[in-house]
Design a protein around this ligand. Structure first.
Ligand SMILES: Nc1ncnc2c1ncn2[C@@H]1O[C@H](COP(=O)(O)OP(=O)(O)OP(=O)(O)O)[C@@H](O)[C@H]1O
Ligand SMILES: [Mg+2]
Length: 394
């Protein structure tokens, strides 16, 4: 428990530092812009004309862009912030040195130089403490865990998360302040009556929907801080989603449906085909590879959807009633497969189910009602299913 609080606090602290860096960069831009139009003195005021104007305007723009990208947690923010701060420090130091040597620096110029040195040093401190600059992850740095570079113990955390839907004058509180911590490698079942918010919660965890308030952390990363591109990357690389309503492309073959996520991941054609055959065999559909989903039964479509969700070897599998449309025998085979995946690969699994027998395979069952967790039960399903799992793997 403590670990999670620590890591989320660390995460929010580092988000805060990026915001502080942005404010410092903006302050520098404001001071320099005022000096450019002659309202006050800035760090470039001691330079000869037109060098003062050229450098002043260039670094004002750089400070502005740096602030923008710092807020968006992009690596460019860090590079621009470092450049701008270095400029502030060098010119601020230069002005002060000049004043010391020539004893001709007025009080306003001395303050401008000191302010630049202070702003520059503080910005650098904030930038080097912000996670986007740790580890040199090129491009989108913010998929890194928020917890000071060390991996989070939790695959999923929700912090007081809510989801409201407005239907005319009516407001539906589909998820009402859920706090949930799912350890890496844990197998969770979610149960509850129809309309209790199970799918909504799963959609929030799977980054398919944004919460009305509260936070969702995946692998320590606060997903509200990610832009659409980063969210798509997270969904594609870390999460396998098995939808309640399959979501297969009905005009494409099973092969094509399964190939799509793997194309994004960049597997070779041979590797893709090998994985597709392997996964279809697991769900008992190897002979249906060239069929179109509309020619398959509901249960078969569900099994294709399950196989597709596993194509990219996700760290987290979110399954919304994966056995809802299959007969009980197939349902058990599917669940055993998910449990096997969980035990052998450490995949975190969250399954929504109406079936108490399916839920008993989990480590923990959460009961939802009216958008809240009303009961939690530790069932330790792994040991109970070990014997059956041996049968599946043989
Ligand atoms: N897009 C939406 N717009 C308005 N209300 C919605 C929307 N999606 C869900 N809801 C409402 O939110 C509540 C929770 O819905 P949700 O689909 O999460 O329930 P569920 O527990 O998955 O139910 P089921 O077991 O039937 O699948 C319901 O009252 C539902 O009507
Ligand atoms: Mg549902």
């Amino acid at each position: 428990m403590k670990g999670v609080e620590d890591s989320s606090l660390a995460g929010s602290g580092r988000g805060f530092l990026a915001e502080v860096a942005a404010v410092l960069l903006l302050s520098f831009t404001v001071i320099e812009s005022a000096s450019l139009i002659g309202l006050s003195r800035g760090v470039t005021s001691t330079l000869p004309h037109p060098v003062d104007k050229v450098l002043g305007s260039s670094f004002s723009v750089m400070g502005l862009l740096g602030a923008y990208y710092m807020l968006r947690k992009g690596d460019w923010g860090a590079y621009l912030a470092i450049l701008t701060s270095a400029f502030e420090l060098v010119l601020g130091g230069f002005s002060l040195l000049k004043a010391y040597m020539m004893m001709d620096l007025g009080i306003s110029q001395a303050s401008a130089s000191l302010a630049a040195i202070l702003l520059g040093s503080l910005t650098l401190l904030c930038v080097f403490e912000t996670p986007l600059n740790r580890g040199g992850n090129p491009g989108k740095g913010s998929l890194k865990p928020a917890s000071s570079g060390s991996e989070s113990r939790y695959a999923v955390e929700t912090i007081n998360v809510t989801k409201r839907y407005s239907l005319g004058p009516h407001v539906v509180l589909a998820v009402d302040g859920i706090n949930l911590k799912v350890r890496k490698g844990e197998f969770i079942a979610i149960m509850g009556p129809s309309g209790s918010g199970k799918s909504t919660l799963l959609n929030l965890i799977g980054a398919l929907d944004r919460p009305s308030s509260g936070k969702v952390l995946i692998d320590g990363v606060d997903i509200s801080k990610l832009d659409e591109g980063e969210l798509a990357k997270l969904r594609n690389e870390k999460i396998g989603f098995i939808f309640q309503a399959y979501n297969l492309i009905s005009r494409s073959t099973v092969l094509r449906n399964m190939e799509l996520p793997a194309l994004v991941k960049g597997y070779s054609r041979e590797e893709r085909l090998r994985r597709i055959r392997e996964l279809l065999a697991v769900v008992g559909l190897e002979d249906k590879i060239m069929r179109k989903p509309k020619t398959l039964s509901g249960g078969e479509q569900q099994r294709v959807a399950i196989a597709r969700a596993l194509m990219n070897d996700p760290q987290i599998v979110l399954a919304d009633e994966p056995t809802g449309n299959v007969d009980s025998k197939t349902g058990r085979v599917i669940m055993k497969f998910l449990r096997k995946l969980n035990l052998e690969k450490g995949t975190t699994v969250i399954v929504v189910t109406h079936d108490p027998e399916v839920a008993r395979m989990a480590d923990r069952i959460l009961y939802l009602r009216d958008g809240r967790i009303v009961k939690e039960e530790v069932v330790g399903g792994a040991s109970a299913w070990k014997e059956e799992l041996k049968a599946v793997s043989s």
